[in-house]
Design a protein around this ligand. Structure first.
Ligand code: AMP
Length: 468
């Protein structure tokens, strides 16, 4: 226990000073949670006092313990009597991986405290989940779609759920889960306590928060669109057809110890993985067409360090917390600029250094500009493919300039009313390929339009000359 004394009287520090005590304090400390993170300092005391919380925080900020510890603290005092099929607390997460991770953290934080937990998520059989919940559960972690199924099947009863957490609410919105989230919330106990966490606050999330939270305390740890200072970011200008070769050249660098590569689509992710394997690199891949077991296996191998390279789509990677990722490579620019922030946030965690390299084809110039607007900085160009920004401008190589007459309002000028993000439609195998949505930029014939016509810098020379 962390203990200071003033005039020989002990003064609580760490999590104890926030109101966590007894068995739970011991469990948390045994799990290595000794010094609270800022989001925990802000969010734990009001929740212990029974207040709703609206948290603006990214993955990696420590938000899981910020909502889990107050709930656990209250449940520990309740004893073990639960009604069949009910859950005392419900934590909703947008992706299966994030749900798995949250449940692991809840179990870790409450080890030995006789707290029962269960996971409800798609992609695995319902039977095991239904049996687990049958006697009643303390903490249920779920993705919205499968939970709705089980509620409809009368396998889960939510009317006695008095703690509700919505994690990564903005991503639930992106993924089209918001109506399910509203229905699920309605099914919980009317006098419940609610916490909503989101990395960004688009208007829809503000209205959701207004509808679901009662007089919430707002806690915030990083302004929207910021990226961790420890992450060294750069852009490698590369035509789509050169990206494979450049990526393999990069990966020959032994300093790229643990690398997460992002592709825009499931097909793109599969293709990158196949190409890497052909080039002699072992890589695992996660995306929505992979079975839950395959995704979990890939993640476990990557986490354990037995697989050095993990290729992922944005949605599958959302919320994944793997410590020690040295590099993030964006094989494609994301469709939504905010995904860039989430992607590169996989590295540079817990104060470690991280490197994020983005491969950018001329056809992706406008996406790069959108990213630069939300991170409020120009990304330096790395001409030698190492990801090291050029120390000084390379002669003949000019920064991408957005022509003055092409300037759209900055995203910050639109704050409070961001563009509605449509639910992502990822391409499903066997559905026939919808031309524009499923094609990564890499599918477009390279060089079809000259760069000049795309207003992507002043000459084609800046592309290709170094990369060829
Ligand atoms: P999260 O944002 O909840 O995914 O947390 C990010 C990482 O920080 C996870 O690996 C947590 O286990 C770790 N973490 C969170 N809070 C603490 C803390 N107070 N002390 C040590 N590690 C923490």
């Amino acid at each position: 226990m962390n203990e200071l004394t003033i005039d020989n009287a002990p003064v609580a520090t760490g999590f104890e000073a926030l109101g966590i005590s007894g068995k739970l304090l011991k469990c948390a400390e045994a799990a290595g949670f000794v010094t609270p993170k800022p989001i925990q300092e802000q969010a734990i005391p009001p929740q212990l006092a029974g207040r709703d919380v609206l948290g603006v925080a990214q993955t990696g900020s420590g938000k899981t313990a910020a909502f889990a510890l107050p709930i656990l603290s209250k449940i520990i005092g309740l004893g073990t009597k639960r009604r069949p099929k009910t859950a005392r607390a419900l934590i909703l997460a947008p992706t299966r991986e994030l749900a798995v991770q949250i449940e692991e953290t809840v179990r870790l934080l409450s080890k030995g405290a006789h707290i029962s937990t269960a996971l409800v998520l798609g992609g695995v059989s319902k039977g095991t989940q239904v049996r687990k919940i049958a006697p009643g559960i303390d903490v249920l972690v779920a993705t919205p779609g499968r939970l709705m199924d089980l509620v409809r099947d009368h396998a889960v009863i939510l009317s006695e759920t008095t703690w509700l957490v919505l994690d990564e609410a903005d991503r639930m919105l992106d993924m089209g889960f918001i109506n399910d989230v509203r229905r699920i919330s309605k099914a919980t106990h009317p006098a419940r306590q609610t916490a909503l966490f989101s990395a960004t606050m688009p208007q829809e999330i503000v209205s959701l928060a207004n509808d679901l939270l009662r007089d919430p305390v707002r806690v915030e740890v990083a302004p929207e669109g910021t990226t961790a200072a420890e992450i060294k970011q750069s852009v490698v200008l590369a035509r789509t057809k050169q990206k494979r070769q450049i990526l393999s050249q990069m990966l020959a660098n032994p300093e790229m110890k643990s690398v997460m590569i992002f592709a825009r689509t499931k097909h793109g992710a599969d293709r990158v993985t196949r190409d890497l394997e052909r080039d002699g690199f072992e890589a695992a891949v996660i995306h929505g067409n992979k079975s839950q077991n395959a995704r979990q296996k890939a993640l476990t191998g990557f986490r354990a360090g037995s697989v050095r390279i993990l290729v992922a789509t944005d949605i599958a990677a959302r919320g994944i917390d793997v410590p020690g990722i040295s590099h993030v490579v964006n094989f494609d620019l994301p469709d939504e600029a905010s995904s860039y922030v989430h992607r590169i946030g996989r590295t540079g965690r817990n104060g470690a250094d991280g490197i994020a390299i983005t491969l950018c084809d001329p056809s992706e110039a406008s996406k790069l500009r959108s990213v630069e607007k939300i991170i409020r900085m120009k990304l330096p160009i790395s001409a030698d493919h190492t990801g090291e920004p050029d120390p000084k401008p390379v002669p003949g190589v000019q920064r991408m300039q957005q022509p003055a007459n092409d300037r759209k309002p900055r995203e910050s000028e639109n704050e409070g009313a961001p563009k509605r993000q449509r639910p992502r439609k990822e391409h499903h195998r066997g559905q026939g390929r919808p031309a524009a949505t499923a094609r990564p930029d890499g599918d477009k014939p390279a060089g079809k339009k000259p760069f000049r016509k795309r207003k992507f810098g002043s000459s084609g020379k800046r592309f290709g000359s170094k990369a060829a």
